[in-house]
Design a protein around this ligand. Structure first.
Ligand SMILES: N[C@@H](CCC(=O)N[C@@H](CS)C(=O)NCC(=O)O)C(=O)O
Length: 204
């Protein structure tokens, strides 16, 4: 059976959400970054980087959340959640890479400095600067979503899931989406999907 390594309150959420969308049976191996589990010798045999998520799909080991999701979606939902046209596939990669390179770090900086760090270790200025840095990429996202309901067109795909799962931190990070109404609506629609809710339930 598919093994998904990583506690739900980590980037493994992205893969758990996808697994729920796909209706996959899986075993969620509770590796955590909070107790040294990500650096335990047995887990390093799965992902030598010491990071979650990782998967073992009947012997196919993959790490990096975006790669895992693109692989699983292509394997199980080609033509639906995973686009079948080459150019749409390129755009799914584009948005996934964009999410982790242009958006993820500043979102995390705001999250840590507004919510996760102990209060006396938070740096409000750093959080504000990171939010400022997000204005440009969020403008890009908002512009794309002004033209179509989802990133690749009329239907929800793995591109939406990958980007929306990174942005699931935006709410606890108290990032203001008022200037980006199309992105805000889209994020809400993504987050309200039953599979997204089911994955969030795993975080409780
Ligand atoms: N680029 C990687 C990042 C993975 C990552 O950093 N995961 C965190 C948990 S959310 C982790 O495993 N941290 C453990 C550590 O750094 O020791 C991905 O998207 O999968």
């Amino acid at each position: 059976m598919l093994k998904i390594y990583g506690i739900p309150r980590s980037r493994a959420f992205r893969t758990l959400w996808l697994a729920k969308e796909l209706g996959l049976r899986y075993d969620n191996v509770q590796i955590s970054m909070n107790d040294g589990g990500t650096h335990a010798p047995d887990f390093l045999k799965i992902n030598p980087n010491g990071h979650i998520p990782a998967i073992d799909d009947d012997g196919v080991v993959v790490w990096e959340s975006m790669a895992i999701n693109l692989y699983l979606a292509k394997k199980h939902a080609s033509g639906t959640l995973y686009p079948s046209r080459l150019e749409d596939e390129a755009h799914a990669w584009q948005w996934s890479f964009w999410g982790i390179t242009e958006v993820e770090r500043p979102v995390l900086t705001t999250l840590f400095n507004r919510a996760l760090l102990p209060e006396d270790e938070r740096d409000a200025k750093l959080a504000d600067e990171a939010e400022q840095q997000l204005q440009q990429p969020f403008g890009v996202l908002n512009g794309a979503l002004a033209k179509s309901p989802f990133l690749l067109g009329p239907e929800f795909t793995v591109a939406d899931l990958n980007v929306a799962s990174i942005l699931s931190w935006a709410r606890p990070a108290r990032i203001d989406f008022t200037p980006f109404p199309h992105a805000a609506d889209w994020l809400k629609r993504c987050a309200e999907r039953p599979a997204a809710r089911a994955a969030r339930d795993l975080q409780r």
